[in-house]
Design a protein around this ligand. Structure first.
Ligand SMILES: Nc1nc2c(ncn2[C@@H]2O[C@H](COP(=O)(O)OP(=O)(O)OP(=O)(O)O)[C@@H](O)[C@H]2O)c(=O)[nH]1
Ligand SMILES: [Mg+2]
Length: 346
């Protein structure tokens, strides 16, 4: 009996010790995983904050370089030493290609098929004390619907970042807008607030085209812009003609290497516009307009507090309950008391 007790005790003791060691090793491995994860995040944060030199600027034709340096100079005189641009839109419309065209280098990956790494990426380039951050995002549509998970990932990536400009990208050579376009604009608006559109501009890629139906290039561009702006106005819950009376600018882009060039070797659109200096100019105008840049904080990501919803109606509901429920019940009780037969001792 005694022996049996001690053998059992010994085994229990050893088992407990084994469990404790097991728990400690789990705790250690968790701490190790956390540390490793923390270091990876820190690495990405640091690599993001350490911008590489914007060498691509020197590869542009001289006329483009001159214009870009002039625009960067203007920003510096307005005491802007950095700009953060968020690029969003449907999948495969040319978001990443546009970023590469603006930077003059292959900074983000381009694919004819859907991006294999569906997560946002930020590229930073600096030039004589000025830093340009561009955030490329994966297309937020999957199977004909807005992918909430992709959107969530983008929101978490943007936490604590300030957006100076939103590029909403689509193609010029699409002939109609549909409900999906509206869903995307709505999703962007619900994620970052409708104020994001005061920092928004529409970018239309595949702009080297011959319009159908004998329309002139500018008429075709006008019709496509009008249709898309309508979608942005309704999906973004904006008043007609954009936000605060300012129309959201629409710019054209042709990322193809077959894009026509002018005498100065700059890529030009069928209407003769050298599009790279043009898009950078519009970006600087939007960045420095009178509206505040958008800080993506936790409150913005969480959305309107569910606890606050319906708060203004509480006094009304209480008043309704008092007059139509409490008063009525009181009246019934009084009536019952009045009707009740009096007991002999009263
Ligand atoms: N002709 C032409 N092709 C373009 C243009 N922009 C992009 N492309 C092509 O369209 C395809 C998709 O381009 P991406 O830049 O990867 O598009 P994206 O919007 O970043 O795609 P996702 O990241 O998958 O959402 C690629 O084959 C590009 O070469 C353009 O302006 N003109
Ligand atoms: Mg892409």
């Amino acid at each position: 009996m005694h022996k049996l007790f001690f053998t059992e005790f010994k085994w229990n003791y050893l088992f407990m010790n084994f469990l404790t060691c097991f728990e400690i090793s789990i705790l250690f491995s968790r701490a190790k995983i956390r540390l490793r994860y923390g270091l990876i995040v820190l690495f990405y944060e640091l690599s993001g904050s350490m911008a590489r030199e914007w060498t691509g600027i020197q590869l542009f034709p001289l006329a483009t370089q001159t214009k870009l340096l002039e625009l960067l100079g203007d920003l510096k005189t307005k005491e802007r030493t950095s700009l953060t641009i968020l690029v969003m839109g449907k999948g495969g419309v040319g978001k990443s290609s546009t970023i590469n065209s603006i930077l003059g280098e292959r900074a983000v990956s381009v694919s004819a098929f859907q991006s294999d790494v569906p997560r946002p990426v930020m590229v930073s380039r600096s030039w004589s004390g000025f830093t340009l951050n561009i955030i490329d995002t994966p297309g937020i549509v999957e199977g004909g619907y807005v992918n909430d998970q992709a959107l969530d990932l983008i929101k978490r990536f943007l936490l604590n970042k300030t957006i100076d400009v939103l590029l909403y990208v689509d193609r010029l050579d699409a002939y109609r807008v549909d409900n999906l376009d509206k869903q995307i604009v709505k999703a962007i608006t619900e994620s970052f607030g409708k104020e994001i559109w005061s920092k928004g501009m529409v970018v239309l890629t595949h702009a080297q085209l011959t319009p159908p139906d004998c329309l002139s290039y500018d008429d075709f561009f006008g019709k496509r812009s009008e249709a898309l702006l309508k979608v942005v106005e309704s999906g973004g819950r904006l008043k007609k003609s954009g936000i605060q009376g300012n129309t959201i600018p629409v710019v054209l882009v042709e990322n193809s290497s077959r894009c026509n060039k002018n005498d100065s070797d700059e890529k030009v659109l069928p209407n003769g516009t050298a599009w790279i200096p043009n898009i950078v100019e519009v970006i600087t105008k939007v960045a420095t307009n009178e509206s505040q840049s958008i800080l993506v904080d936790q409150k913005l990501i969480d959305g309107p507090n569910a606890n606050d919803r319906g708060k203004p109606f509480i006094p009304l509901i209480l008043a309704f309950q008092y007059f139509f429920v409490v008063k009525q019940v009181q009246k019934w009780i009084k009536d019952d008391i009045a009707k009740a037969p009096k007991s002999s001792w009263e």
